[in-house]
Design a binder for this molecule. Structure first.
Ligand code: UDP
Ligand code: MG
Length: 317
């Protein structure tokens, strides 16, 4: 039975040899079983020696396969390409930086073999080694998104997972361009078993995620999986319309009954505040609509998720 291990790589020259050794020892440890392996490296437009290193692996190892992108398309695209290339009955995705411990793979394979689940996914129980402010925002994000969408996205869930062919085919069938994998993995369903591990810091190199990139990613995730923000705009609009109406009635009655109160010409500041506040809300609502409209535009163009410039042959059976 073939097991495909997919590794998205973006400028990972520093860690690739370490990772490859770890993958080889996984293969070695299971060599007496019916499991065969293919290692699929997807270079996401790397500009360092990543691609040369991968080709070096492929020359000496018939189990190594690769896809090189024409530019950086993002990890989501790299995972998609890897899954398209994978031919295994079981398929795993793991980061190049050893943060997804390859040593867990044999036990994950055993879990799938036992037949009690279709996905074995890893989840960090601690966020040790991560800046506290980042952990804080990450927690808020999971709370927020889970309150808005139908499926549950697990806090600390990583992309590291081993899946059955059926699950992979389901994921590949969601061919949207703006891919938010955490959501897609949850959306396709199936029985998931969680294995928990401590946060591991990357073995070498540095993370490609800036805080700003993560923020964009969070917005993308929400917009990709729910239209709740659009409703928010409707509700706020509704609220202010009612408030405005009541205010109008108040002045109307006041005008009819006559000068029961002092007519105050003052109130310029409050007027200004209201105009600014409402103006802000209107712009925000427009922005929210724009987010969705923009994404519709991108989806409707139906461009490919990635463009590969070079690919190894797939495993022949
Ligand atoms: N990665 C990628 N394309 C990108 C950014 C990252 O393929 O544009 C890969 C990267 O090489 C690594 C994995 O995605 O294998 C996770 O990246 P990183 O370690 O930078 O993210 P973190 O672990 O900090 O979330
Ligand atoms: Mg990492």
């Amino acid at each position: 039975m073939l097991v495909s291990l997919i590794v998205p790589c973006y400028n990972e020259e520093a860690v690739l040899p370490i990772l490859y050794d770890a993958l080889k020892s996984v293969r070695e440890s299971l060599k007496d079983t019916d499991k065969e392996f293919e290692f699929i490296f997807v270079s996401d437009g790397s500009r360092d020696k990543t691609e040369e290193i991968i080709k070096g692996f492929a020359e000496n190892d018939p189990d190594v396969r690769y896809v090189f992108f024409s530019r950086n398309f993002g990890k989501e695209a790299a995972m998609y390409a890897g899954m398209q290339k994978a031919q295994g009955e079981y398929v795993a995705i793991l980061d190049a930086d050893m943060q997804d411990p390859p040593a867990l793979i044999p036990s994950m394979i055993a879990d799938l073999d036992s037949g009690e689940c279709d996905i074995v996914a890893a989840r960090r129980v601690t966020r040790k080694g991560e800046p506290p402010i980042r952990s804080f925002f990450a927690r808020c994000f999971y709370k927020l998104i889970n309150s808005m969408i139908d499926v549950e996205i697990a806090d600390g869930a990583r992309d590291f997972r081993l899946m059955r062919r059926q699950v992979v085919d389901a994921i590949l069938s969601l061919s949207e361009r703006q891919r938010f994998s955490k959501g897609i993995f949850a959306w396709v369903g199936f029985r998931t078993k969680w294995v928990e591990h401590e946060n591991v810091e990357r073995a070498a190199g540095e993370t490609k995620w800036s805080f700003w990139k993560l923020f964009r990613y969070a917005i993308d995730g929400i917009v990709a999986f729910t239209t709740a923000p659009l409703r928010l705009a409707t509700y706020t609009g509704f609220f202010f319309a009612i408030a405005g109406f009541i205010y109008m009635l108040y002045y109307f009655i006041k005008a009819i009954i006559g000068r029961l109160w002092d007519t105050d010409v003052a109130g310029y500041p409050s007027l200004l505040c209201f105009i600014l506040f409402i103006g802000g809300l209107v712009l925000m609502a427009l922005g929210i609509i724009g987010e969705y409209l923009g994404r519709t535009y991108i989806e409707i163009k139906a461009r490919p998720i990635y463009i590969s410039k070079e690919e190894s042959e797939s495993k022949k059976d």
